[in-house]
Design a protein around this ligand. Structure first.
Ligand SMILES: O=C(O)CCC(=O)C(=O)O
Ligand SMILES: [Fe+2]
Ligand SMILES: [Zn+2]
Length: 599
């Protein structure tokens, strides 16, 4: 390096030193230690453990890799000082792994950040009901099984997706189910029978004999997206035999992510909690990062992997206790909801708001900026309707428009009236207006209280009906995902200490249910936690002036998945979705009314 370059590098590193300190609180310098800081590449620029390991393990054994969420720096730690020095000399200012293929800049650090990467990603603890039996079969048996079903390798490697073959019954990926009345001619090969004898002799699974087999053939770089094997399709357990190559499979539940190495010839038994409540998936990549027994990170290259997944077809519906991923439970609830929808809305929405109106009013006075911006975007003289206006938080905000609110709660409309707003009483399913009279409609946190998809669609249809062509509507609904982009929403973040009003404290246990109508029950959501179900009862603890709890009410909510709201809106022929976004734990759309397309 000439002197000019050296000066430039020094200035660059000095600047980055401050950036790293600001981002992580870690002091770094040019004094060699075992820990190297990659100052300008991290999770935000798409750097992965795998890439780090690929380039840095060339110089020695790593005992830690730390990627900090949301940051553009990362850390690598070597077991020996001279390894770190060698890597530093070779890679500083050279290695183009940062964004735009710019070289990485390196410094040394005294310590690593406390909160490492994915501190959620764990290796030592298996989810409940997961068992891995190493060396379940011998190498000869592995060869025999591999020979049972040939995939043409030259053909396979050109395909984007893994190759799949079914025996006994076909698993259809279009509807995630099996045709139970259409068994295949090709049964599970007899050559597999020794597996069950061995299983019965060596484990507590004394009865299990599968009647369905899926063979997955993964070429290099292929994986399988996270999923739960459909509850109603297969019994418990599910067993997967790994052949030819090891792979890392991940199990996820809530914000936990457990990585498990499946060596070749091992049998992975997924039962109970693992089979029903955790998703499993294999990231598509060519190698995996594994934590060895000695605590060092190594790169485990993958080869072609074939897995034999054995299952037993379930007759009838599933009635497991793990309801969130249970298609049987969801289907039953949905059909019951269809029938009972209007009654549930009356008991668990309309009556509840009538009862909690005054208390609700005290807790709802801060308008959301994006809604205000929408309201303020209308011209002088525009006609605007707030469907489900509640206490009138968004009425009278734009002084140049003529705005009217409507709601099902007389008590909330009284609050509006006291503030001098125009309102009327109505249900959002039928708006008492002629077609095409309004320039704008807002409906904030309303249609998630409707208990069937048909009714939610009907409410949107009504809003569009009363809009003039080119009129715009803004709709907000509560999102099922309250952890979007790794940020918890204020709903999740608010804990007891900094909560202004103590209305939403935890009153439900995990998995508790409450009756709603005609023998039907719905899950009761635990406040301030992620949603487990889409149709839930959310507790409201009613407090009096003295701030003591008088009663608990359960409000019905249908919380929305990503894209669910926009998919629903797309069903209407005369709307264009102008914008779709996530705001304060809600999914939001801006719609524009159009003429009916091609008519
Ligand atoms: O390849 C594996 O081990 C898992 C396959 C799997 O999860 C499935 O086919 O449902
Ligand atoms: Fe699976
Ligand atoms: Zn189930």
């Amino acid at each position: 390096m000439n002197q000019k370059c050296a000066k430039k590098m020094e200035r660059k590193l000095n600047k980055l030193k401050h950036v790293v300190f600001k981002e992580t609180g870690i002091v770094c310098s040019l004094n060699p230690t075992n820990n190297i800081v990659i100052c300008n590449a991290g999770l935000v620029n798409g750097l992965s453990e795998e890439t780090i390991l690929e380039h840095f393990s060339v110089y020695g054994t790593l005992n830690n890799i730390v990627l900090v969420p949301g940051k553009s720096c990362s850390f690598v730690s070597y077991v020996e000082l001279d390894m770190a020095c060698k890597a530093y000399e070779a890679l500083n200012g050279q290695l183009p792994i940062a964004q735009d293929n710019k070289p990485v800049y390196l410094l040394y650090a005294e310590r690593l950040p406390q909160h490492s990467i994915d501190s959620r990603k764990v290796w030592d603890e298996l989810p409940g009901g997961l068992v891995i039996l190493d060396d379940f079969i011998t190498e000869n048996e592995e060869k025999l099984l591999l020979s049972l079903c040939c995939f043409d390798d030259s053909l396979v490697s050109q395909m984007k997706n893994r190759q799949v073959r079914h025996f006994g019954y076909e698993f259809r990926y279009d509807n995630n189910n099996v045709d139970k009345d259409k068994p295949l001619d090709e049964k599970i090969p007899k050559e597999c029978d020794f597996l069950w004898k061995r299983l019965h002799e060596n484990t507590d699974w004394k009865q299990f004999v599968p009647d369905q087999l899926t063979v997955n053939h993964y070429s290099l770089g292929q994986g399988i997206p996270h999923h739960v094997d459909t509850h109603s399709a297969f019994e418990d357990p599910i067993m997967s035999l790994s052949l030819n190559s090891a792979v890392v499979i991940a199990f996820k539940r809530d914000d936990r992510d457990i990585c498990v190495k499946l060596p070749p010839r091992s049998l992975c038994i997924m039962s109970g909690e693992t089979r029903y409540d955790w998703t499993h998936g294999i990231i598509p990549r060519k190698s995996d990062v594994v934590l060895s027994n000695t605590g060092s990170y190594t790169l485990l290259p993958r080869g072609i992997r074939v897995s034999f997944t054995f299952r037993k077809i379930r007759q009838g519906e599933c009635n497991c206790q793990y309801t969130r991923n249970c298609d049987s439970y969801i289907r039953k609830n949905n059909s019951e909801l269809q029938i009972a929808a209007s009654e549930i809305e009356r008991l668990h929405v309309i009556d509840v708001y009538e009862n909690i109106a005054l208390h609700f009013n005290e807790t709802r006075n801060k308008p959301w900026p994006n809604v205000l911006e929408f309201v303020n975007s209308f011209d002088v003289g525009s006609v605007m309707l707030d469907v489900g206006c509640g206490n009138g938080k968004y009425l009278g905000k734009n002084k140049h428009v003529f705005d009217v609110g409507c709601d099902t709660s007389c008590a909330l409309l009284d609050v509006c009236k006291k503030n001098g707003f125009e309102t009327f009483l109505t249900n959002c399913l039928q708006l008492p207006f002629k077609d095409a009279v309004a320039d704008g409609v807002i409906s904030i946190a309303v249609i998630h209280h409707l208990a069937s998809e048909e009714r939610r669609l009907q409410a949107i249809e009504e809003m569009i009906r009363i809009l003039k062509v080119d009129g715009r509507a803004l709709i907000y609904v509560w999102a099922k995902d309250q952890h979007k982009n790794n940020e918890k929403t204020s709903y999740i973040k608010q804990d007891r200490k900094n909560r202004k009003s103590d209305t939403d404290v935890v009153v439900a246990d995990e998995n508790s249910e409450a009756p709603v109508s005609k023998g039907m029950t719905l899950p009761v959501h635990v406040n301030r936690t992620q949603f487990k179900h889409k149709d839930v009862l959310v507790p409201w603890r009613l407090k009096n002036q003295q701030n003591t709890v008088e009663d608990t009410f359960l409000r019905f909510y249908h919380v929305f998945e990503e894209n669910e709201l926009s998919d629903l809106c797309s069903k209407l022929e005369n709307v264009e979705i102008e914008r779709c976004y996530y705001d304060q734990g809600n999914w939001c759309v801006v719609l524009r009314k159009t003429l009916i397309k091609n008519s």
